[in-house]
Design a protein around this ligand. Structure first.
Ligand SMILES: *Cc1c(COP(=O)(O)O)cnc(C)c1O
Length: 230
C-alpha cells in the first residue's frame, strides 16, 4: 500500500512539474511519518524514500537508530528550546525556526556539538492564529538577526497553509511565500540562501509545486490517515 501511494505521489509531483515547466529533480518529497510505526517507515524506505519528516523530538530520537543511516531526517514541527540539544546533531534540516531565541539555542548547541545546522524560517503567511511561524512583515528582520549567529545557516522558508477543501485556496499563500523568498534573496544577506521553499502537504502539494515548492511534506498521502487515539 505504502509503495503504491509513493508511486502515486511521485507521479503527481512529476505531472505538476511538467505543468509548471519545472525540473522534477528540483522537488524533493519528504515522507511525513509522524505517529507511524517503524515498520511503515521501513516500507517507505524500501519504496525509495530517503527524506523523512517528524514533528516530535522524542519520536524522532526513538526512530533514528532503528532505521538506515542514509536517511535525511527533517524536523518539521514546533521545537521547544529545551529539546534542541537532543536533535541538533541528528537532523538534516530544521524547518520550523520562528524566533531568534530558538535560533540562538540551536547555535549554542550546534557549537557545543561541533556541527553546522541548516534551518528554514517558518512563516505564517496565512496569518492563522493557531499556527506557529513569524509574520510576513517580521521575517526579514528575523533573518537578518539569525544570519549573524555562528553554526546556523538559513537555507530558505517554510509554511503550513490552512486546511482547505479546495487546494486552489492556498495558491495565494504559496505565491506569497515564494515572493517573500525572492525579496529576501535580493538583499544578499551573508550566510543566508533562499534555495529552499518547504510548502505543500497531502491536500495541496501539487499547487505548491506549481508555485515553486522545492520540498513537499506528504504524510497521509503516503502512510494513510493518522490515528492519534493510540
Ligand atoms: C503532519 C504534517 C505534514 C503532513 O501532513 P499531511 O496532510 O498528512 O500530508 C506536513 N507538514 C507538517 C509541518 C506537518 O506537521
Amino acid at each position: 500500500m505504502i509503495q503504491q501511494n509513493m508511486r502515486q505521489v511521485e507521479a503527481a509531483i512529476t505531472s505538476a512539474c511538467e505543468k509548471s515547466k519545472r525540473n522534477s529533480n528540483d522537488v524533493t518529497l519528504i515522507a511525513v511519518s509522524k505517529t507511524k510505526p517503524v515498520s511503515a517507515l521501513w516500507e517507505a524506505y524500501h519504496a525509495g524514500a530517503r527524506d523523512f519528516g517528524e514533528n516530535k523530538v522524542q519520536e524522532l530520537i526513538d526512530k533514528i537508530p532503528q532505521l538506515p543511516s542514509d536517511i535525511r531526517w527533517h524536523m518539521i514541527g514546533h521545537l521547544q528550546r529545551n529539546k534542541v540539544k537532543y536533535i541538533v546533531d541528528k537532523v538534516y534540516l530544521i524547518h520550523s525556526v520562528d524566533s531568534l531565541r530558538l535560533a540562538e539555542e540551536i547555535s549554542k548547541e550546534a557549537q557545543k556539538k561541533k556541527v553546522e545546522v541548516n534551518i528554514l524560517v517558518e512563516v505564517n503567511v496565512a496569518e492563522e492564529e493557531s499556527k506557529f511561524g513569524t509574520t510576513t512583515e517580521d521575517t526579514l528582520l528575523l533573518i537578518q538577526e539569525i544570519a549573524k549567529l555562528p553554526a546556523v545557516h538559513i537555507k530558505g522558508l517554510m509554511t503550513i497553509a490552512p486546511f482547505v477543501e479546495n487546494q486552489e485556496e492556498n495558491r495565494q499563500y504559496f505565491r506569497k511565500l515564494r515572493q517573500l523568498s525572492v525579496d529576501i534573496r535580493q538583499k544578499n544577506i551573508d550566510n543566508v540562501s533562499m534555495n529552499i521553499l518547504s510548502m505543500g502537504m497531502t491536500g495541496d502539494y501539487t499547487v505548491a509545486i506549481e508555485e515553486g515548492a522545492t520540498y513537499v511534506r506528504v504524510g497521509t498521502g503516503i502512510f494513510g490517515e493518522r490515528d492519534y487515539s493510540i
